[in-house]
Design a protein around this ligand. Structure first.
Ligand code: SF4
Length: 295
């Protein structure tokens, strides 16, 4: 049996940066906090916990010592979090991904101009909570064309944004549906200027750029093991892409989720993951599969 780890999988640079922020601080501070899990990967959260990183919520600010360091993860936070940190004397280590910061800034500008802001994303996702916060929670968050048609006011000047980890196809469908009903619909973009022939959106290239490579990798293997945290948003998108190309794509958060039956009469096993899956987790899984199911 040949087991290969997908070279294009692993942390996106926004997450690598946040983990580096945490590791740098932990090298000089024995104890610090992360607002929400730094990464949607329980193994990596556990590793950093051992190094001194404790996960907290904004509600915990009242209980932790003044002057404590609290890391804002790559997803970013709403303005209310910065206000609460100031009130409780918390020192924020802001590891918001620069791509997310850019989207927050763009949304802020449109809000100031009085636009109705529509975000294609998941209401309870940390990044979306941050984006909505910029609009004082006025933004309309939709997951489908149907939801957009039911909730958006077509008579207002409107701008459409996307959570950075959503799929392009649904975004385009929502955009088309709104364009048909709203004159001069604006579309939020990561580029300063609209680039001709390039679709404008705020979907992160780290996610959308992986489609092609992942499809090729999925096709080249008999079975695929997709490893990611169950809460990872881009994990779900990427898992579905792999599954489209290879029906025998299985989800396993840890080695305990591996089913020996998957490996019967299989020659080529591919291991891949989400942008929040560390390379070392995939390497560990490869070694485990080779040891236990390789013969
Ligand atoms: S997926 Fe993109 S936007 Fe999200 S944290 Fe990674 S680099 Fe940043």
């Amino acid at each position: 049996m040949e087991v290969t780890v997908d070279k294009s999988a692993g942390f996106c640079w926004g997450v690598v940066r946040a983990v580096e922020f945490a590791e740098n601080e932990l090298s000089v501070t024995p104890k610090m906090y992360s607002l929400g899990e730094i990464i949607h990967n329980s193994t990596e959260v556990e590793r950093l916990k051992k190094a001194g990183l404790t996960t907290v919520t904004v509600e915990d600010f009242a209980k932790i010592e003044r002057g404590s360091k609290v890391l804002i993860r790559a997803h970013g936070e709403p303005p209310s979090t910065y206000k609460a940190a100031f009130e409780y004397g918390i020192e924020l280590i802001d590891a918001t991904c620069p791509v997310v910061t850019k989207v927050q800034e763009r949304i802020r500008k449109y809000t100031e101009k009085g636009f109705q802001v529509v975000i294609f994303g998941k209401k309870d996702h940390a990044e979306v909570i941050g984006l909505r916060g910029v609009t004082d929670d006025e933004a309309i968050v939709v997951l489908s064309v149907k939801e957009a048609l039911e909730t958006v006011n077509f008579t207002k000047p409107t701008v459409l944004f996307s959570q950075t980890t959503m799929d392009k196809e649904t975004f385009s469908a929502i955009k088309t549906a709104l364009e048909e009903r709203i004159a001069n619909l604006e579309v939020g973009s990561l580029e300063e200027e609209a680039i001709e022939f390039h679709a404008k959106n705020t979907i992160c290239g780290q996610v959308s750029g992986r489609d092609k490579k992942l499809r090729e990798f999925a096709k080249a293997n008999d079975i695929m093991i997709f490893t990611a945290g169950k809460k990872s948003s881009n994990g779900k998108v990427l898992f579905n892409i792999a599954k489209e190309e290879n029906e025998k794509t299985y989800f396993a958060e840890t080695i305990d989720d591996l089913n020996p039956e998957w490996f019967l009469n299989v020659t080529k096993v591919g291991i891949t993951g989400a942008t929040s899956t560390p390379q070392w987790v995939m390497t560990q899984m490869k070694e485990y599969i080779e040891r236990n199911f390789g013969l």
